[in-house]
Design a protein around this ligand. Structure first.
Ligand code: ADP
Ligand code: TZD
Length: 581
């Protein structure tokens, strides 16, 4: 706001944007300065917003996306035009794919020049490019429309199925001035940005009737269930019905992984054997083998396994996307789960308690679980030299057990799959990872946002390849002095480090990195703590110290370069492997 004796009090586009965000409780920006938004970043900080500057926009975008997942408020990412915008776009698209709410705000060049393709500085028709890749995209040309633009972006990001929104702000807009009082009046504090969506009672009843008819029922919890923050009711529904459940990766900890009803250690038994499956906030996409095929007991990889599905989802279009959904329950998870619980409780108090699953079904699951857990225990107890994934993850498992409120970031192939199955989670929304795309590069962006949002310790378990995608952000972690401990599982390459160039030529194989690299030195370069760990004891001491001291730390954990498998658990998706099938 500027004061001048001649003119009335004025405001401008910069301040209207900052005020619009603040008015809606959006107090943190993840971004990277440059023309035309450098002053915006300075002013945002001056106006009391938290401005977290990154080294690459993709990482800022990933930070915004996961902040959105953790808080149910759209995470804000701010970039410069064309190249900065494109760097952020990867994260925006990934956020949309994962149903994370975020808003990518990019400065853009002058419309008159861009539209005539006259070659402006960083010229690009950003709005057109963003549109097919996100949930909604808007451009604001006049300062008095900033309030509406921000309000529409917030609603689009968080209402219904959450997702990414693009907001295009041409350079000229920022400097436009207008009367401050009129400017203030033009801003909108969004009322009820993510309205509850109450399910129809008959849909709830149909779902419960089907579930009740099951002989071998199963519940699958997805990251939509984690996002919904209906933790107590979800737990109550699982416990009240006594139905075994499987958590998807980012739903781990919604109920503690040690919960007696968790069927995670018997996954390959329960999926084909279940007859009715209640899905809460998960899609039947590739991560669930599209609800069919051998995973589900089908004869071939395209066959239906015979299961019936009840699916709770906020998107009315999700049902039947892969297999028939016999009982879709459309609404927000909080409302749907509460409605189911109420119906069950009402029936219970009028003398028809919920029929618990049969002892046969629960016993068969427990038997598989005990066997698999015992087998895993043996593997974890081994202490090979060099470390393998199991001996290193045995340490990480203990650390999370004693620090259940720590956030765990996880990416890689083997480093991802083994961590997911070995490290138990105890609290909701503590595990964040590569999500629906299996994308590499979320690591340091997620770690920064997890630290900023939670204020608590963050541990990132990273494959050495995965870490490389966002590794430069260790400087950001040091600059903001964040309590982040990065553990790089260093096996000298992508999946493993043992491939050789068949020609005998001087280039190494495409999957191989510099042998014996010292990633710990990267953290030291910026004043953080670097540790080179070659044994579980060294790894344990280093992570414990990092969690205690809260100092930025990177541990280079040396893993046997022969230990991994191609693509981890998803070897079969490689075309050569698929051809052999
Ligand atoms: P996962 O990867 O864990 O299997 P997905 O990302 O595939 O989970 O699925 C999440 C689902 O949750 C999406 O279909 C999305 O529409 C749904 N969802 C997200 N938030 C809510 C909510 N608040 N209420 C209901 N459904 C939701
Ligand atoms: N690029 C992007 C953006 N996402 C990807 N998923 C890939 C490439 C392909 N890819 C994987 O799917 S996992 C992976 C790549 C490159 C890295 C695996 O190696 P790592 O982990 O060192 O991170 P492990 O423990 O050695 O398997």
């Amino acid at each position: 706001m500027t004061t001048d004796t001649q003119t009335p009090v004025q405001t401008d586009g910069f301040h209207l944007l900052i005020d619009a965000l603040k008015l809606n409780g959006l107090d943190t920006i993840y971004g990277l300065p440059g023309i035309p938004i450098t002053d915006l970043t300075r002013m945002a900080q001056a106006e009391g917003m938290r401005m977290i500057s990154f080294r690459h926009e993709q990482n800022a975008g990933n930070a915004a996306a996961i902040a959105g997942f953790l808080t149910q408020k759209p995470g804000i990412c701010l970039t410069v035009s064309a190249p900065g915008f494109l760097n952020g776009l990867n994260a925006l698209t990934n956020a949309t794919t994962n149903c994370f709410p975020m808003i990518l705000i990019s400065g853009s060049s002058e419309r008159e020049i861009v539209d005539l393709q006259q070659g402006d500085y960083e010229e690009m028709d950003q709005l057109a490019i963003a549109k097919p890749l996100c949930k909604a995209a808007f451009r604001v040309l006049n300062a008095e429309d900033i309030g509406v633009g921000v309000a529409r972006a917030i609603r689009a990001a968080v209402s219904g199925r959450p997702g990414g929104v693009y907001l295009d702000l041409p350079a000229k807009l920022f400097a436009q001035s207008m009367d401050a009082a009129a400017g203030k009046a033009s801003l909108i504090k969004v009322v009820d940005p993510a309205p509850r969506q109450i399910p129809a009672p008959d849909a709830v009843q149909r779902g419960l009737d089907l579930l009740k008819s099951a002989k071998r029922p199963l519940i699958i919890l997805g990251k939509g269930a984690a996002y919904a923050q209906a933790d107590a009711d979800i737990r109550a529904l699982v416990e009240k019905t006594g139905i075994p459940y499987l958590p998807m990766s980012m739903a781990k900890g919604l109920l503690p992984d040690t919960h007696p009803q968790s069927a995670a250690a018997a996954r390959s038994y329960v999926l084909p054997e279940a007859d009715v499956v209640l899905i809460i906030g998960a899609r039947l996409n590739w991560l669930l083998s599209h609800g069919k095929g051998k995973t589900w007991g089908g004869k071939s990889h395209k066959d239906w396994g015979g299961q019936k599905f009840v699916q709770i989802d906020i998107s009315p279009q999700e049902a039947d996307s892969n297999v028939r959904i016999d009982a879709p329950v459309v609404g927000d998870i909080g409302s749907c789960v509460a409605a189911m619980l109420n119906t069950i409780n009402a029936a219970g108090s009028s003398g028809t308690p919920w029929p618990k699953p049969s002892a046969d079904w629960l016993g068969a699951i427990d038997e598989r679980k005990s066997k698999n857990i015992a087998k895993m225990g043996e593997t974890l107890a081994k202490n090979p030299t060099p470390m393998n994934y199991h001996s290193a993850l045995n340490v990480m498992r203990d650390i999370i057990k004693t620090n259940p409120d720590a956030m765990l970031v996880n990416e890689g192939a083997n480093a991802l799959d083994f961590t997911r199955s070995i490290v138990d989670m105890y609290q909701p929304r503590k595990r964040i990872d590569v999500g629906t795309w299996g994308i590499m590069g979320i690591g340091m962006g997620f770690a920064v946002a997890a630290a900023v949002v939670s204020g608590g310790p963050v541990i990132a378990v990273e494959g050495d390849s995965a870490f490389g995608f966002s590794g430069m952000e260790v400087e950001t972690i040091c600059r903001y002095n964040l309590p982040v401990c990065v553990v790089v599982f260093n096996n000298n390459g992508v999946y493993k480090g043992t491939d050789v160039n068949p020609t005998g030529g001087p280039d190494v194989a495409p999957t191989v990195f510099v042998k014996g690299a010292r990633y710990d030195k990267m953290m030291e370069a910026f004043g953080g703590v670097g540790v080179h760990a070659t044994t579980p004891a060294e790894l344990r001491a280093a992570v414990e110290e990092a969690v205690r001291s809260r100092k930025p730390t990177l541990i280079n954990a040396v893993i046997d370069e022969t230990a991994g498998t191609e693509s981890g658990r998803i070897t079969s998706l490689n075309p050569t492997a698929a051809k052999k099938k």
